[in-house]
Write a protein that binds this ligand. Structure first.
Ligand code: AMP
Ligand code: MG
Length: 423
């Protein structure tokens, strides 16, 4: 854990009940323990994609650096323009984007100017070429122009010395471009978060080996790999570990030596071969156990030495749901994200009824689509069994049904969380 001296916050909390926590309570307990990793590093801009800024980016210059035209047209002095009829001016020069400043504009003159070109001295207004008529070196400009129009002021986007991006900002395509526009080639980012994970279960076989009686292939390590890598974390896949206390203890030790976070799947219920909880209690600390959510109960959060530990359920859908409901935001916080990249929730009507009993927050799998009237609606993927990974693949959203809600009739409004993020 990053903050070993923190008091035992979970057990001090008034609302802490390890047997049954709401999703929101569990999230707030976890968040009391989180702070970003210590290490930072300077990296070239491209390498910084998907990482988090460790220091503000301060602009070394004004953007744009000079007053320039926002249109193709004519740079003029507004006082030269007639407000009632056309104005005829002499075109004294042409200035293209990237060219040095043209000669100063004299009364009665216009300068032909292109978008992005530096505004000539004395000019204060640009008339777009669609409002002009040209004959030789004379140009006639229509009346009705506004003073200062189509001019981009120096520093309009950003002033020299201003903070262009804040510490904690995730660097996506737009941010890489923004930093490049300041002429900056290297940035200080948090080092990648290190996450070690393994699957537990005597029934699990890794791909590449043939299945024997009673065995299934381990899929959780692949969904975890996908989710973790997609967020830019460094992954350590420790394979399948047998349902045996010594094997799990060894794996815990190995994982906690190499990583900031240890994730496991399976072995967190109360079955005879579920060893995670007692081992965690002995080797580290268990913060909570049962969450009022479906799928996903039980779920463990705790600490193994300096490491954060998340014990996810074994069922493949539950692994993904608990990851998105809890682990994602926690890991992003540890990786330095501030503010957290939000996944918006939208309200849409469901075209299918949704089975639900009050008592737990449910994350059902849904498909959002647009109907013939242009309205966005959602329908269920059907069977919501927590082992049916196909439902995650068919779905494009979670339908998030609150704890107290019961059966949902077709036509009701529900909240959905889309899987696909645009940026
Ligand atoms: P457990 O939480 O260990 O009781 O596992 C719950 C269910 O998830 C059982 O049906 C397991 O076989 C299944 N399961 C556990 N781990 C995995 C895994 N890594 N890949 C696929 N299924 C799993
Ligand atoms: Mg198991």
């Amino acid at each position: 854990m990053n903050n070993p001296d923190a008091p035992d916050l979970a057990t001090c909390a008034d609302d802490y009940d390890p047997q049954s926590m709401t999703v929101a309570q569990a999230q707030s307990v976890i968040f009391r323990y989180l702070k970003p990793v210590d290490g930072t590093m300077w990296v070239p801009l491209r390498t910084a994609l998907n990482r988090f800024l460790a220091e503000d980016v301060v602009s070394p210059m004004s953007v744009p650096p000079h007053i320039n035209s926002a249109m193709d047209g004519y740079a003029v002095r507004f006082t030269d323009l007639s407000s009632t009829g056309e104005t005829a001016l002499t075109v004294s020069a042409t200035v293209l984007a990237g060219a040095p400043s043209p000669p100063p504009l004299m009364p009665g003159q216009a300068i032909r100017i292109m978008t992005g070109a530096a505004l000539p001295e004395n000019a204060d207004t640009v008339v777009m070429q669609e409002h002009s008529r040209r004959e030789g070196d004379r140009v006639w400009l229509q009346p009705g122009q506004q003073s200062g129009q189509h001019v981009r002021q120096a520093g309009e986007d950003l002033h020299k010395g201003a903070s262009a991006l804040r510490r904690g900002q995730r660097l996506r395509a737009a941010e890489l471009g923004l930093i490049a526009s300041l002429g900056i080639g290297e940035v200080s980012v948090f080092r990648p978060l290190r996450v070690a994970f393994f699957s537990t279960g005597d029934e699990l076989t890794s791909i590449g080996h043939s299945l024997t009686d009673g065995q299934i292939y381990d899929s959780n390590r692949y969904t975890l790999y996908g989710m973790l890598t997609g967020l830019g974390f460094e992954c350590f896949d420790l394979g399948v570990v047998r349902d045996h206390p010594v094997a799990i203890e060894n794996a815990f030790e190995e994982a906690s030596r190499m990583a900031d976070v240890v994730l496991t799947s399976g072995g967190v219920s109360v079955g005879e071969a579920d060893f995670i909880k007692p081992l965690l209690a002995r080797m580290g600390k268990v913060v909570f156990w049962k969450i009022a959510m479906k799928p996903g109960r039980p779920l463990a959060y705790g600490h193994l030495g300096q490491c954060h530990f998340f014990g996810l359920p074994g069922n493949p859908v539950a692994v993904m749901v608990t990851f998105y409901a809890f682990v994602r935001d926690a890991l992003l916080t540890l990786a330095g994200a501030n503010p957290l990249p939000v996944i918006p929730r939208l309200t849409v009507r469901t075209t299918t009824p949704l089975k639900k009993a009050p008592g737990r927050t449910e994350f059902q799998r849904g498909i959002v689509s647009q109907n013939a009237q242009g309205e966005w609606t959602v329908r269920s993927t059907g069977n919501q069994g927590s082992g049916i990974l196909r439902s995650m693949s068919d779905a494009n959203c979670f339908i998030v049904l609150p704890q107290d809600c019961g059966l949902v009739a077709a036509g009701s409004e529900v909240e959905v969380q889309l899987f696909e993020g645009l940026l």
